[in-house]
Ligand binder design. Sequence first.
Ligand SMILES: *[C@@H]1O[C@H](CO)[C@@H](O)[C@H](O)[C@H]1NC(C)=O
Ligand SMILES: *[C@@H]1O[C@H](CO)[C@@H](O)[C@H](O)[C@H]1NC(C)=O
Length: 211
Amino acid sequence: MAPFEAPTTKLVDLNQKSLFLSACAIAFNPLFWNVVARQEYHNKLLTKLFGGRSQAACYGLALTIFSLGIVRDFLYERALRHQPSYPLLELDEVKYVAYALIAVGNILVVSSTWMLGITGTFLGDYFGILMDDIVTGFPFNITDAPMYNGSTCSFLGTALLYGKPAGILLTAWVFVVYQIALKYENPFTAGIYAKRERERAAAKKAGKKSQ
Ligand SMILES: *[C@@H]1O[C@H](CO)[C@@H](O)[C@H](O)[C@H]1NC(C)=O
Ligand SMILES: *[C@@H]1O[C@H](CO)[C@@H](O)[C@H](O)[C@H]1NC(C)=O
């Protein structure tokens, strides 16, 4: 019997195609919704596709994004199943942290959707469906990006639940992708709302003049 076992187990198996497929799905989703939403904003692409009905078009996009999310999660879990486990990550304590992260992630995502509604969550601003006021209640009083933060938590929690270092690597990728998405999205949506404020101010002025 050998006194030591050779450390043959790798942390991450880069030879698994499922790992790269998962990484692609993670990057594809925000890329997809940003490209499509900007096409909607500039050219009314989806509204035209839905016969001029912006609300229906936004619901269509919401359903598409939601479905893409399910595919992405499926590919992520499949990628994890193909990856080696790490003994330290298989401790019970890690499982508790994992469940806590998944719970926090889901609370952030669900409460955010609850507060914003479907069109507020799924890029309604790009369709001209603006929120009346900035939402400041929970979860927006603890983070500006509860959807992205919550999703990141869920990815990490799942990685720990499976005990897979590859999942932590993919979560780091999720984090990077979301940081880029936020940098791209935030100034644009801020611009949409700034434009409305200018229009409101102008309307107010015109209203005063006509009195
Ligand atoms: C955020 O809002 C919730 C509910 O409105 C409240 O219970 C919580 O204490 C607030 N958190 C912070 C950090 O303000
Ligand atoms: C949470 O969201 C903020 C933006 O509001 C971002 O700067 C931060 O990096 C995010 N954290 C995680 C863990 O995703």
